[in-house]
Write a protein that binds this ligand. Structure first.
Ligand code: GLA
Length: 707
């Protein structure tokens, strides 16, 4: 019996899979230092009265045929037949921490290939491949990855959101039935980030046991947490297929997207640190490990008003402020004067740029900056030369009115000529200009996506990957940013093809504090595009000090999104200061372990990074709204070496420390802000550091340096 059990192990997490006669995950939890397959005997379940006479396992494919009575991992049929497959293992291969299980249902004519990979970070990758072994198409309605979680995982955390408000966490206690998150928007979406976290009751940043999953897929998806009536629970995730969308012909194979899963006994921070480590080890490919340059993106500075002379002036000013990469956003191509027209016409607007793009690019490069440019290849405006020439290139179902979004439709990338046209135009742009960076946008959702009359959301998503892959191969030196009206296409499958995300169109520092914190559960700071916007934010019309904006943008990949020419002297000094501060700390922020800290009041938000060697920590405390209590309490600093001493240093702050009197909020500053202080990592973690009283919408930055 022992050989039926396969263990995948890492320093933090282990998985044990029973493989015969069918595959079932029997354990997903903390690393086991003393595992022996015979121990698994302890898990043989009783069979309860009043139901089936046999045990019903939650197998890898969660087949209904085992008496699951829940949401199965597979649904489909062959013209009404072969609709309830049950798979039996035919071959098992384990190599290191990779397990591949082949199983078959000879009656239904289907084969399954299940891949489980436990990475050194502790993150588990799982996917399935389904092959149709017989003549006659097998219509796939659903095909999911199912992962059982412990009965004690009573709470579920997910994210909701919308345009300019991404990654907002919410929670439910799940005692019965299920929690479902469905996305039919045709891109990863602002609304339903494809992740679920199940955990023990009241799990938090530092405590509790959590099982978190993320589906690496940029199209429609469904994620579930289901509670069976017998108390067992599982997480399930899949690409969501529209009716008729996927049919497997004989010999064809369909793969689920990869599901990425992390278990942590140290709450949400432990989970996030595993995901971050995994991404840094295996997914993020940053050129030559170079530091992430300070950006200036022109969008909120000039919008569609492109005048090369003025743009060059902006570049000159940007360079003098410390900017390292200059990006011209929307508005450079033929006829693009507002958002009503021209998407698809990827030719230079010669009225705006009579001498071509090169004078601007040369100017930017002469200033020592890299050059970036915005594109939105997957779209087509009704008012465009492209649409006038190819009205049949729209991704739609014939016979229905086509809804626009931001006055645009989606281009059908499944049409080879349309795909080739885009490839050619993008190759012109990227091949004939020394472009270092591309901001790749995608601003409309898919409504009735159709190709040759059939639903084609899945196919469109794959064609997007293919287009980006082809361009990456052609132009390997170019970095790509994924943007979809801000954070509408943020997931691991896009990250495998890009270098960072535009987290949100909302640059309001208060909103960004929440958005970036939400995003940090699954993504490390270096891939989070975070820009200082205008003092008056265009998304909320709120105004924030340059300090609050600067410090909030620091914990990501920093940039400016404004017109540096018209900004006043105080603003400019601020841009310069925060660009310099970012350069000073980016290596730590982009390589260290991230810690979200729970504060006594939700109105205070604290987070920080600690270097891998624990020599340095940098923590940001943001006072979001007016606190209830007069004192903010102590910051208990996680992650430092308990036995080392750290010098505490105030790095950046609002005016409080400068007056020495604390302005209107304090009579006296906390002791460490007047007298030098050092303390052990243990003390700082357990007792903490008293914080100053802060105004709402302000922040301070504190460094801990090993002495
Ligand atoms: C989208 C992006 C913005 C900007 C505009 C340009 O909204 O999210 O950052 O690039 O498009 O039209």
């Amino acid at each position: 019996m022992e050989t039926n059990f396969h263990r995948l192990t890492s320093t933090v997490t282990d998985i044990v899979v029973k493989t015969q006669p069918f595959a079932e995950i029997v354990y997903w939890g903390p690393h086991l230092a003393h595992f022996s397959p015979q121990d698994c005997g302890s898990l043989l379940r009783p069979v309860a009265n009043g139901r089936l006479d046999v045990d019903s396992p939650v197998t890898l494919m969660a087949e209904l045929g085992h008496g699951l009575f829940g949401s199965p991992g597979i649904e489909g049929h062959r013209n009404g037949l072969d609709g309830s497959p049950v798979f039996t293992t035919v071959e098992v291969r384990q190599q290191g921490e990779t397990l591949i299980i082949f199983s078959e249902d000879a009656s239904a004519g289907l084969r399954l290939q299940s891949e489980l990979v436990l990475t050194t970070s502790g993150v588990l990758k799982v996917r399935h491949g389904l092959t149709n072994l017989r003549a006659g198409a097998w219509q796939v309605n659903r095909f999911a990855v199912t992962l059982p979680v412990a009965e004690r995982a009573f709470e579920v955390m997910a994210f909701h959101g919308r345009w300019i408000r991404e990654f907002q966490p919410h929670r439910v206690t799940l005692s019965h039935d299920g929690f479902v998150l469905e996305n039919r928007r045709g891109r990863t979406s602002h609304e339903h980030f494809p992740a679920l976290i199940a955990g023990t009751q009241s799990f938090g940043e530092q405590h509790g046991e959590v099982w978190g999953v993320h589906l690496g897929w940029s199209g429609n998806h469904r994620l579930k947490c289901e509670v069976k009536t017998d108390g067992r629970r599982y997480l399930q995730a899949e690409a969501l297929y529209l009716p008729g969308e996927i049919a497997l012909e004989e010999g064809e194979t369909l793969y689920t997207p990869w599901l990425y899963a992390s278990h942590s006994t140290h709450g949400l921070n432990g989970m996030s640190q595993q995901f971050h480590r995994f991404l840094r080890d295996e997914v993020i490919r940053f050129p030559d490990n170079k530091p992430r340059p300070v950006h200036l993106n022109t969008w909120e500075g000039i919008y569609f008003d492109h005048q090369p002379e003025y743009i060059m002036q902006m570049a000159t000013q940007a360079a003098s402020l410390g900017v390292e990469r200059f990006i011209i956003d929307d508005g450079w191509f033929k006829g693009r004067n507002d958002d009503h027209a021209a998407l698809g016409d990827w030719y230079l607007d010669e009225q705006k740029y009579p001498n071509g793009l090169m004078p601007v690019i040369n100017h930017v490069k002469a200033l020592g900056m890299e050059f970036g440019i915005w594109v939105e290849p997957e779209m087509i405006n009704p008012d465009s030369d492209l649409y006038r020439a190819h009205p049949d290139w729209v991704l739609a179902l014939p016979g229905y009115p086509k809804t626009t979004g931001r006055h645009q439709w989606v281009l059908n990338l499944n049409i080879p000529d349309a795909f080739d046209y885009l490839l050619a135009r993008m190759s012109w742009l990227l091949g004939e200009h020394p472009v270092d960076y591309v901001k790749w946008d995608m601003n409309r959702e898919l409504v009735q996506p159709g190709h040759e009359g059939r639903a084609a959301a899945d196919a469109q998503t794959r064609q997007f990957y293919r287009l980006l892959d082809t361009l990456r191969n052609r132009f390997p030196h170019i970095e790509f940013e994924s943007c979809a009206s801000g954070g509408g296409r943020i997931d691991y499958e896009v990250l495998a093809r890009s270098h960072r995300f535009w987290a949100s169109d909302n640059n309001d520092a208060l909103e960004r504090s929440a958005i970036q914190r939400g995003m940090s559960y699954f993504f490390p700071p270096e891939v989070m595009g975070a820009h200082i916007g205008n003092r008056r934010c265009h998304a909320t019309f709120r105004q924030h000090s340059i300090e609050f904006r600067g410090l909030t943008a620091l914990f990501g990949h920093m940039g400016l999104e404004l017109d540096p020419v018209t900004a006043d002297a105080e603003e400019q000094a601020g841009y310069q200061r925060y660009a310099a501060l970012y350069k000073q700390w980016r290596e730590l922020i982009h390589t260290g372990d991230l810690w979200r800290v729970e504060m006594p009041e939700a109105s205070t938000q604290a987070q920080g990074v600690v270097s891998q060697d624990k020599r340095q920590g940098l923590f940001l405390v943001s006072q979001l709204t007016m606190p209830d209590y007069t004192l903010p309490g102590a910051l208990r600093v996680p992650g430092l070496a308990p036995d080392a001493r750290y010098q505490v240093r105030l790095v950046d702050h609002p005016n409080i420390a400068i007056t020495g009197e604390g302005g209107h909020t304090m009579r006296k500053l906390p002791g460490w802000m007047n007298e030098p202080l050092s303390a052990t990592g243990e003390w700082l973690a357990q007792a903490g550091l008293q914080l100053p009283v802060l105004d709402p919408e302000s922040a301070i930055l504190i460094a801990f340096e090993r002495v």
